[in-house]
Write a protein that binds this ligand. Structure first.
Ligand code: BJ8
Length: 422
């Protein structure tokens, strides 16, 4: 990616630290992804996207900005991408999936805090993320306490708009959330200088729904045995969904699904038939956090679904397209997004029901609950997950881990023992 040096310099990246970051990715990607057997051809595009992770897409963002467009960053699947698109902006998920800039971060954040929060602060303070440096504003939320308070600090370095996400789903919470969505639309209009209308919002809703439908189609194919695609490849696609061009990404996922349908017809898969089938649930796995999926799939199981924000929570439930007015569509958006079963909600019974349904639909043999270290909402909610699954005799393994590799050996031993008993 040598051609991009000038662009990175102009963005103000710390070139030395950035070079070090880019050197880590290719060998990891090779070991985790390129060594998999029988990968679908359609994965070539996604390999290319990773290969160009700080290159081509950043160039596209810069061209968009040169033409007067704005880039808005987000950290949570609660941020309605459709609103940004309707106003002609580009919305990108800021990944936060790797330990970075720890020394700088620990000057402003406590040491024992969720690695995802530490990571986004590290990317910003360390000036190593060209996506972050391309953003005009970023959008935070009041989901968990750590993020909520960290956004106050982040605002010292980049303008942050915080959306108040409720913690219950009563009618008054729905009203609050709708107000937040309307506010966000006003903030985006001001930032972009473009008015959101019923027409441009309806178009954006349709485009993002199409992306969701492509991902739903892929998820549906994973119900087959033998599994037509690995969980690692599926996760990669779900991670890339957060920042790639919407129309291009949708077309590439659909093309991959066409190929997988042919393979299914021919009885072909990437793992032998009857390989133990696992569902992963818990905190998001932001790119390049592939640690646990890699351990699972190199220990004799296949992941068939991710009940994660880098997974089903991101693309299940479409936005109703029937709103005739701008406000009608904003109401539809608010309703769809409040359907997300994040552990910050209490109670969060929707997540339990969904897990049971997924185990049945995907013919799963067990569930692996994976929470990032120091994430209270998910670590505590693991108890509810355990209780629910126990009542239905569904095997569960609970893992808490961070972004470092120190516990990999120990995790592998636990995962192997779990898979053995499935
Ligand atoms: S909708 S899961 S993306 S908030 S892992 S920072 S919860 S301490 S990421 Fe999330 Fe939105 Fe919910 Fe999804 Fe806090 Fe936990 Fe860290 Fe977390």
């Amino acid at each position: 990616m040598n051609n991009y040096q000038e662009m990175w310099r102009t963005l103000g990246l710390n070139m030395e630290a950035h070079d070090q970051l880019l050197q880590v990715l290719p060998p990891t990607y090779h070991d985790v992804y390129l060594t998999q057997a029988n990968r679908p051809q359609g994965m070539e595009y996604f390999d290319f996207v990773v290969n160009e992770i700080h290159g081509l897409r950043i160039q596209e963002l810069q061209e968009h900005k040169k033409a007067g467009g704005k880039v808005i960053g987000a950290f949570c699947v609660f941020v309605p991408e459709e609103i940004v698109r309707a106003a002609g902006g580009i919305c990108i998920g800021l990944c936060s999936g790797v330990e970075i800039g720890t020394a700088e971060t620990e000057k402003v954040l406590p040491r024992n805090i969720c690695p995802l929060i530490k990571s986004f602060m590290g990317f910003k303070l360390g000036k190593v993320c060209p996506y972050f440096e391309s953003c005009d504003i970023v959008v935070g939320e009041t989901t968990c306490d750590g993020k909520k308070k960290a956004f106050e600090i982040l605002n010292d370095y980049i303008p942050v708009h915080v959306m108040e996400t409720p913690h219950m789903k009563k009618n008054r919470d729905r009203r609050l959330w709708l107000e937040e969505v309307r506010d966000f639309a006003r903030v985006v209009e001001k930032a972009t200088g473009h008015t959101i209308t019923a027409d441009n919002l309806a178009k954006a809703v349709q485009e993002v729904n199409n992306k969701r439908r492509a991902l739903q189609r892929l998820a549906e194919l994973r119900k087959q045995d033998p599994a037509p695609i690995s969980g690692k490849d599926s996760l990669l696609i779900e991670q890339i969904a957060m920042y790639d061009d919407v129309a291009r990404f949708t077309a590439k996922v659909n093309a991959l699904c066409d190929e997988l349908e042919e393979k299914i017809k021919a009885g072909q898969g990437v793992f032998p038939r009857k390989t133990p089938r696992v569902i992963v649930t818990g905190t998001p796995m932001a790119i390049p956090n592939w640690k646990v999926p890699h351990i699972i799939e190199s220990s004799g199981a296949v992941i068939v679904a991710e009940e994660l924000c880098t997974g089903l929570r991101y693309f299940e439930n479409e936005v109703a397209e029937d709103g005739q007015t701008k406000d009608g569509l904003l109401e539809n958006l608010a309703a769809r997004y409040l359907g997300i079963n994040c552990a910050v909600f209490t109670p969060n019974t929707g997540r339990m029901d969904r897990l049971l349904q997924l185990v049945e639909d995907y013919h799963a043999d067990g569930v692996i609950h994976c929470a990032l270290s120091f994430c209270d909402p998910y670590a505590v909610e693991a108890n509810r997950v355990e209780k629910t699954l126990k009542q239905h005799n569904i095997p569960l393994l609970k893992i808490e881990t961070g972004y470092d590799q120190e516990d990999s050996g120990q995790l592998k031993t636990r995962v192997e023992a779990f898979i053995e008993m499935l």
